[in-house]
Design a protein around this ligand. Structure first.
Ligand code: AMP
Length: 556
């Protein structure tokens, strides 16, 4: 029997129309050097229409690509809505990628127009001569004449505009197309992979719609919430925050380029933030700031942390000292990105050991995300919380392939295809699943340490070391060992004003992990190097070790 239900396509323009009308008074707040600036959702709706008209005037039609090179701010949010709603494709460039990666992804995606923040315009202008698919540049905010001239200089650039000069005066409504295929592309993100070329994922209207609904529901975002969106709009689809805020009627607080703990804490207090999202390194800095300066953060209920494993010590610090619940989430660019969220089951008594076990896990599968664990022999592993395998996933917001522009060499196409297994995405993450669907990741398959035929989880070691009060950060890598094949090397950053020795740290770990897993090699460093999206860069640490750049203390 056919259903009797209506089936309008699920489109970004519906989210825009809904949020800008039904939640017209909610606002996007952008941090500035000396305060904040604000725009209501009603105004975002009008500005999105104006931007769409302007882009059409620049020749953007069909599924042409519009890139952004921006921080998290109101104008970036407007682009997030305007471009997909008109049927075109938004490509938020990761401003922290290496120049040659930016050159590669801009050409690969075929970007034609770019919107650039004024504060990024000077470095961007140096890159522009190599971004040869671009024809028009729109600059958000004032720039010096010399920068403007540099932006206009390359032969392939036809025009340079100021964002508001371009859109002011355009009609404030747009006849958003309603006959778009909900499976057509809205936006692209490239993975920040440290090997080979970045790989492109193209999200759809449908995938974004369903993903945002599920994340809002499982994270408990509702009307009147105020979400501090630290996760960049150029990374992993900003965890769906822009769209879910419009859906839920929650205001969105954007830090722009002010990502240090001080300005973030000020936003929490002054904007009465209730929730937010970012990678562990950001929250790690923030909690130390809160400990020291004790601003009023009583409005904050929950912060979502993901992108890398969150040390339980960090969660406990927020919970016990500031009454803020840190919700652990796991996902990938390829998954829109959220796959799990660590909200404990209702039965787990608050603060109990069981409760913290659930909180420290990567989280419970979101409805719609199917998972399976594949063991080393290719056999499926049971969901018993202990059997470990590579996680494979599938579902309506998980990519089925990487974007190909038809010009990749066969070797690249083969590599892209190797990430999929009979309709499942191979995540490259290793871990276990409990019977009731909690994911416990032990490692990336390439980071796990293989010592004497046994696996040591670098993440377990890091979490344990970061539980020591004198440790700011710790990253553990596997290094070659004559006897065992590989052994862990712990690189440690000591917190300011503290001191600790390798011996003391090893004693601290005693009893927390099996004896044979404890590192003999320790290296004290100033800072753990980070990738373009703020994760520990273990590839760089490994190469520094191989190049003899790390000073290593060897214990017996
Ligand atoms: P990206 O696509 O840059 O977001 O990277 C995705 C990868 O980040 C995943 O495959 C994991 O290896 C890692 N990751 C994301 N969230 C977590 C988490 N909560 N715990 C551990 N690793 C994570």
């Amino acid at each position: 029997m056919d259903s009797t239900m209506q089936s309008p396509p699920l489109l970004i323009s519906q989210i825009l129309k809904f949020g800008s009308r039904i939640h017209a008074d909610q606002e996007v707040v952008t941090c500035t050097e000396d305060g904040t600036r604000r725009m209501t959702y009603a105004e975002v709706g009008k500005r999105s229409a104006q931007l769409a008209h302007a882009l059409r005037g620049l020749g953007i039609e069909g599924d042409k690509r519009v890139a952004t090179f921006m921080w998290n701010n109101a104008e970036h949010l407007i682009a997030y809505f305007a471009v997909p709603s008109m049927g075109a494709v938004l490509h938020a460039l990761n401003i922290r990628l290496f120049p040659q990666q930016l050159v590669y992804i801009t050409a690969h995606a075929g970007n034609e127009v770019v919107i650039v923040d004024n504060t990024l315009a000077a470095p961007f202008s140096q890159l522009l001569p190599r971004l040869t698919t671009l024809r028009h540049v729109i600059v958000n905010g004032p720039v010096e004449d010399s920068v403007r001239e540099a932006l206009a200089a390359p032969d392939h650039i036809e025009s340079v505009h100021d964002f508001y000069e371009l859109i002011d005066g355009q009609p404030e409504t747009y006849d958003w197309p309603t006959d778009l295929d909900e499976n057509s592309a809205t936006s692209m993100c490239y993975t920040s992979g440290t090997t080979g070329n970045p790989k492109g994922v193209a999200y759809s209207h449908r995938s974004n719609y369903l993903h945002s609904t599920a994340v809002a529901m499982c994270l408990g975002v509702g009307q009147g919430d105020r979400l501090l969106t630290v996760v960049p709009l150029f990374h992993a689809n900003a965890w769906g925050f822009p769209y879910l805020c419009f859906m839920a009627g929650a205001s969105i607080i954007m830090p722009d380029r002010f990502l240090q703990a001080g300005p973030l804490a000020r936003l929490l207090t002054e904007e009465k933030v209730t929730s937010g999202g970012g990678v562990p390194t950001i929250w790690n800095d923030l909690v130390r700031y809160l400990d020291e300066h004790k601003p009023d953060v009583s409005s904050v209920r929950r912060l979502m942390v993901g992108g890398a494993a969150c040390p339980p010590a960090l969660m406990k610090a927020f919970q016990e000292r500031h009454d803020i619940e840190v919700v652990h989430g796991w996902g990938m660019t390829e998954m829109s990105p959220v796959g799990t969220l660590a909200v404990p089951p209702v039965e787990a008594e608050f603060g109990s050991e069981e409760y913290w076990r659930y909180r420290a896990a990567q989280g419970r599968l979101l409805p719609g995300v199917e998972a399976r664990l594949i063991g080393p022999e290719g056999d499926e592993q049971p969901w018993d919380g202990a059997s470990v395998g590579e996680l494979e996933v599938r579902g309506p917001w998980i990519t089925a392939s990487y974007y190909s522009n038809g010009e990749e060499p066969q070797t690249e196409l083969d590599e892209m295809a190797s990430k999929f297994d009979d309709g499942w995405l191979r995540t490259g993450d290793v871990g276990a699943l409990t019977e009731d669907g909690y994911l416990i990741l032990t490692d990336r398959s390439k980071d796990v340490i293989k010592s004497g035929g046994e696996w040591i989880s670098s993440v377990d070691l890091e979490n344990a070391i970061m539980g020591h009060p004198a440790v700011l950060e710790a990253s553990v890598i596997g290094v070659p060992d004559e006897k065992w094949g590989e052994r862990p090397l712990a690189t440690v950053v000591v917190a300011e004003g503290q001191s600790v020795t390798a011996d003391e740290l090893r004693d601290f770990l005693d009893g927390k992990l099996a004896k044979w897993q404890l590192p003999e090699r320790w290296s004290f460093i100033d800072e753990v190097p980070k990738t373009s999206v703020g994760k520990f860069d273990k590839k760089l640490l490994r190469s520094r070790y191989a190049g003899g750049e790390l000073e290593v203390t060897q214990l017996d």
